[in-house]
Design a protein. Structure first.
Length: 488
C-alpha cells in the first residue's frame, strides 16, 4: 500500500473536518433521587461541562429529554414560636420545712433549667450549701451520692458565672470553674448534669478524662472557650503540664469525693493542680466528702478559707426506700444463688458488686456463658468500653452490671431495681454507696447481700453504720439448685 493510500485511510478515520466532529459530551453526574439518598454523591464534583469552542455536531443531535417540570421547593413549615419563658411559669408553693429554689433569687436561665429537671424543692444538702456558697463563702459538705450534692455545687457555679462577666482576655484553655472528681464515670455524670443546667446559658462545659483520645479532647478545647471544666486529676495534669490548660483564672474550684481521692492516691496530683490556681483567698473552694476523716479535714484546712460546714446524715439515703436482705450462703453456692435470683424473678436491671477485679471478671464471664446479658465495670476495662457499657445498661440492653466499688462509685442510673452484694464490702461506707444505686429519686429498691464464711465478719460494722440490725435469712432451697447450661 503506497503512502498516499495510508494517508487517505488515516484521514478517513481521524481527519474529519470540524463540522463533522461530534460535539463534546458534557461530563455530568446524575443525581440520585431523594428517595435513594439524602447526601451529595462523592462524584458530584464533576458536574461542570467541559469548556469548548467546538460547534454543535451535525452528525448526531444530543438526546433531548422531556423538559422536567420544575419542582417547587418545599417550604419549611415554620413552627409557631414558643412563648418566652417567664419565672411565673415555674410555680412552687411555699411548704413548711422545705426550701424552694425560688428562695435564692437565681438567674432566670438557671431557674428554667431547674424547672425542666423537675426540681421543685431543694434537698437538704442543696438548701444547706447554697445558703453559704451563693454569698461567695467556701464550703465543706458531707453527703453521700444520691443526696443532690452535684446539683448543689453546679447551681452555685452557674449562678456565679452568669452573674459575673468573663475576663476581657483569656485563652481557650482557661476555665472559670474547675471540678475535680476521682473517677471517669463520675466526671461524665457531673458533666451531663452541668450540660442540663447550663442549656439556657452561653456557658461551655468540657471534660478531661484518662483513657479517651487525647487529641480529640484537645480539639474540643481549642474550638471554644471553656467555662466549666470537669476532670480527673491525672488527665487534667497532662493538659496543664503541656501548656494546653491554664488555671490562673479559676473563680470556683470543687473537689468532689475528697475521701475517695485520698483512698486512690490522687492527693499529690491534686496538690500540683491547686498550685496552678489563684490563691485560696482569691477563689471560692467547695469540698465534698462522704466522710469527714482527720485527713479530709486537714485537706479542707489547707485549701479553703473560713469554710461553712454542712453535714447531711446518710442513714435515710441508705434505708428509707431500700428493702435490705442478707442471705447466709456458703461461698461455693453464691453464684448459683445469684443466677437463680436473676433468672427466676426476671429482673431486668441489676447491679452486682464484688470486692476484687478478678471476682468481677469471673462473675461476668459465668453469667454470659450461662446466657445472661451481663457486662463488667472495673479499672481494667478500657474507657471507651466503660462508656459503652454504661450506655447499654442505662438503655436496658445490659441486664446485669458487675462492678467494683471504685468503678461503681458515682454511677447515677435510674431504674436499677436490685443491688446484689456478691461479697460484703470491707468498708461500711461502701455498703451505703452500693445500695444507694437502687431506690433513687424516691423509687423503691431492693438490696440483697450474700454473707459467706469469708466475709460475714463485716456485718457488725455495717449494722453499726446503719444504726440497726439486719436479720440473716436462709435462701430457699430452689434458689440453690445447680445452673443448667444449654448446649447451644
Amino acid at each position: 500500500m503506497d503512502e498516499m493510500t495510508v494517508l487517505k485511510a488515516l484521514k478517513k478515520m481521524f481527519g474529519k473536518s470540524e463540522a463533522e466532529q461530534p460535539a463534546p459530551t458534557p461530563i455530568t453526574s446524575i443525581p440520585a433521587s431523594p428517595a435513594a439518598t439524602g447526601d451529595t454523591p462523592d462524584h458530584a464534583v464533576q458536574t461542570q461541562a467541559l469548556d469548548t469552542t467546538s460547534e454543535p455536531s451535525k452528525a448526531r443531535a444530543p438526546r433531548t429529554d422531556k423538559p422536567r417540570a420544575e419542582r417547587p421547593r418545599r417550604e419549611r413549615v415554620t413552627k409557631p414560636s414558643a412563648p418566652a419563658w417567664k419565672l411565673e411559669d415555674f410555680v412552687v408553693e411555699p411548704q413548711e420545712g422545705k426550701t424552694r429554689f425560688h428562695d435564692f433569687n437565681l438567674a432566670p436561665e438557671l431557674m428554667h433549667a431547674i424547672q425542666d429537671l423537675g426540681f421543685p424543692y431543694c434537698t437538704p444538702i442543696q438548701a444547706g450549701v447554697l445558703g453559704f456558697t451563693l454569698k461567695g463563702k467556701d464550703a465543706i459538705g458531707r453527703a453521700q451520692t444520691g443526696t443532690g450534692k452535684t446539683a448543689a455545687f453546679l447551681i452555685s457555679i452557674i449562678e456565679q458565672l452568669t452573674q459575673t462577666p468573663p475576663p476581657a482576655e483569656r485563652y481557650m484553655g482557661e476555665p472559670r470553674a474547675l471540678i475535680i472528681a476521682p473517677t471517669r464515670e463520675l466526671v461524665v455524670q457531673i458533666a451531663k448534669d452541668a450540660a442540663d443546667l447550663t442549656k439556657y446559658t452561653n456557658l461551655n462545659v468540657m471534660t478531661f478524662v484518662g483513657g479517651m483520645d487525647f487529641d480529640k479532647q484537645l480539639k474540643q478545647l481549642e474550638a471554644r472557650h471553656c467555662d466549666i471544666l470537669v476532670a480527673t486529676p491525672g488527665r487534667l495534669l497532662d493538659f496543664n503540664q503541656r501548656g494546653e490548660v491554664h488555671l490562673d483564672m479559676v473563680e470556683v474550684m470543687v473537689l468532689d469525693e475528697a475521701d475517695r481521692m485520698l483512698d486512690m492516691g490522687f492527693i499529690p496530683q491534686v496538690r500540683q493542680i491547686i498550685r496552678q490556681t489563684p490563691h485560696k483567698g482569691e477563689r471560692q473552694t467547695l469540698l465534698f466528702s462522704a466522710t469527714f476523716t482527720e485527713d479530709v479535714m486537714n485537706l479542707a484546712k489547707q485549701w479553703t478559707t473560713d469554710p461553712s460546714i454542712v453535714e447531711i446524715e446518710s442513714l435515710n439515703v441508705a434505708s428509707d426506700n431500700v428493702e435490705q436482705h442478707i442471705y447466709a450462703v456458703a461461698g461455693a453456692d453464691k453464684y448459683k444463688l445469684l443466677y437463680n435470683l436473676v433468672t427466676d424473678n426476671g429482673w431486668e436491671r441489676v447491679m452486682v458488686f464484688a470486692n476484687r477485679k478478678d471476682e468481677v471478671r469471673r462473675i461476668e464471664e459465668r453469667l454470659v456463658r450461662d446466657g445472661v446479658n451481663a457486662a463488667q465495670l472495673s479499672g481494667d476495662v478500657p474507657q471507651h468500653k466503660r462508656i459503652k457499657t454504661l450506655e447499654g445498661f442505662r438503655e436496658g440492653k445490659i441486664r446485669v452490671l458487675v462492678a467494683t466499688d471504685v468503678a461503681g462509685r458515682g454511677i447515677h442510673i435510674d431504674g436499677i431495681s436490685h443491688v446484689i452484694n456478691f461479697t460484703l464490702p470491707e468498708v461500711p461506707d461502701d455498703y451505703v454507696h452500693r445500695i444507694g444505686r437502687t431506690g433513687r429519686a424516691g423509687a423503691d429498691g431492693v438490696s440483697i447481700s450474700f454473707a459467706g464464711e469469708d466475709d460475714s465478719y463485716q456485718l457488725p460494722a455495717i449494722e453499726e453504720k446503719l444504726g440497726r440490725k439486719i436479720s440473716c435469712e436462709t435462701p430457699p432451697t430452689h434458689l440453690l439448685r445447680a445452673v443448667v447450661r444449654s448446649n447451644a
